[in-house]
Design a protein around this ligand. Structure first.
Ligand code: BES
Ligand code: ZN
Ligand code: ZN
Length: 481
């Protein structure tokens, strides 16, 4: 089983635990009038008041009378609260504090949940391959009517999924390939209560998934096609939401080989697939009454005497022929077959998530996700969810003129669109294989953070997409009651 590597747990406290003062006390204050009651030393008092005056969120450690953490929250946005939570965890970690109790907690229910979310997410550490490990477990106790056993369990399942997805993406190819990804998905299905079906090479051949087979043909490891089902009896939707994730376990570029350091980090080219698996797991853990199917075509993109070369023409599952002019544009080839496969579910909506293009990363940086699709209504809804969880979306131009850039002289399509609009033409390629409401998310920028750790956002895999889709579904369910 994959580890979530979260090192902080939140528990709901009893009166005994709360009155037991040996733990570090955390006081989160967002109203100036509540500052006086804190009984701070003069020096700390002036700092705390000045943070308030300047409206800067800040975290203070007070060793004066007892070990105490004062959190000054001056902003309302949920992301501000997540960051504060993250900063508190970072402070607990640097000061090797193992137990803490939240004794004062100003803020709304949503803000409190966001704070705890930031606290938990920030405790993730991927250090399993280090001889010398620094992680230790932190226990935070809280007694607050806004935090119920149910809300805490929901948060724990979601953050656990995020942690597992981050680990999957952080694992290199020699630790997680298409076959072991599928075994992991089977184990997760068993543990968390959803269904996983894995199609292996022979079945993939029978389905004539020429895109997936083409990308895989240079590899020593056979491809897998993974189908996850979360279909609770009380689901509010009849037709499923289908999530499709790019599962390129490593992308060398193939014969259009990645050069000049561009190959480094391509273990994360399965971030979309991992996010799909993690999202379905979170929905199952929390018994969310929403019918969702996840599809992940998984393979690596490698070179051998058998690999695709440029100029090759392949036939996709739906019969479309594709002239492969760049073997590094492999994501769209594997996704196309998954999008074709999605048709059989008569989906209400299909959302694909893929580390598809450098061009998308050039637009968003690590700060957001590029989006395109054929259903403006659903894209607008997803945008709202993105703002809530701070996995923000920006819409790509998607005019029909871009389609012409994919015209080939010898096949129905070519797999690259030329020098302009790389993120859009990749989306247009995918659109060819859809006949249902559909949204494409290019997560190439946000899926892996090279920046150094800050607040709850740490270097490495981000698991972008999991909280986004989970929130989108929460919003859909809220509409239904
Ligand atoms: N996996 C890459 C995209 C990528 C780049 C993800 C950087 C994360 C960070 C994808 O398979 C790829 O190589 N795309 C090509 C497409 C091009 C050949 C049309 C690209 O973006 O260069
Ligand atoms: Zn590629
Ligand atoms: Zn790729």
């Amino acid at each position: 089983m994959i580890q979530n590597y979260l090192n902080l747990e939140v528990q709901i406290g009893t009166a005994d635990q709360i009155s037991e003062k040996r733990s570090t006390l955390i006081k989160i204050i967002n109203k100036q009038e509540n500052l006086n009651a804190l009984g701070l030393s003069d020096s700390l008092k002036s700092q705390v008041f000045s943070a308030f005056e300047k409206e800067t969120d800040q975290v203070f450690l007070n060793y004066a009378q007892q070990t105490e953490i004062i959190v000054i929250s001056t902003q309302n946005g949920l992301e501000d609260w997540r960051c504060l939570g993250g900063n508190v965890t970072n402070l607990l970690q640097t000061n090797k504090i193992e137990t803490a109790i939240i004794v004062e907690f100003d803020g709304s229910e949503e803000q409190k949940n966001a704070f705890l979310e930031g606290m938990i997410l920030s405790s993730y550490i991927f250090e399993k391959y280090l001889k010398k490990q620094k992680a230790f477990k932190i226990m935070v106790t809280i007694s607050d009517s806004a935090i119920t056993a149910k809300s805490l369990k929901d948060l724990q399942s979601l953050t656990t999924s995020v942690g597992m997805v981050r680990t999957m993406v952080n694992e290199p190819l020699n630790k997680l390939n298409a076959l072991s990804f599928s075994s992991l998905a089977e184990a997760m299905a068993e543990k968390f209560g959803f269904e996983t079906k894995v199609l292996h090479q022979e079945e993939i051949k029978k389905l004539k998934m020429g895109g997936l087979l083409g990308v895989n043909q240079g590899s020593e490891t056979p491809a897998t096609f993974n189908i996850f089902t979360h279909k609770p009896a009380n689901a509010v939707n009849e037709k499923p939401l289908v999530l499709v994730g790019k599962g390129v376990m490593f992308d060398t570029g193939g014969y259009s080989v990645k050069v000049g350091g561009n190959m480094v980090g391509m273990k994360a080219d399965m971030a979309g697939g991992a996010a799909v698996l993690g999202t379905v797991a979170a929905l199952a853990m929390n018994e969310i009454p929403y019918y969702v199917i996840g599809l992940v075509p998984a393979t690596d993109n490698m070179i051998s005497g058998k690999a695709l070369v440029v100029d090759d023409i392949i036939t996709m599952m739906d019969g479309t022929t594709v002239e492969v002019l760049n073997t590094d544009a492999e994501g769209r080839l594997v996704l196309a077959d998954a999008l074709t496969y999605a048709k059989k579910f008569n989906p209400q909506l299909v959302i694909d998530m893929a580390t598809l293009t450098g061009a998308s990363a050039a637009i968003t940086g690590t700060f957001g996700v590029a989006m395109a699709g054929n259903s403006q209504e659903n894209m607008d809804k997803l945008m709202v969810a993105g703002d809530t969880v701070y996995e923000r979306l920006v819409q790509l131009p998607f005019w029909k003129e871009y389609e012409k850039l994919l015209k080939s002289n010898v096949a129905d399509l070519k797999n690259i669109g030329g020098p302009i609009g790389g993120a859009t033409t990749a989306g247009k390629f995918l659109e060819h294989f859809t006949d249902y409401p559909w949204i494409h998310l290019d997560i190439a920028g946000a899926s892996y953070l090279e920046n150094k750790d800050s607040d709850y956002k740490q270097q490495g895999a981000s698991a972008v997409g999991v909280r986004l889709i989970y929130q989108f579904i929460q919003n859909e369910l809220a509409k239904n009651v």
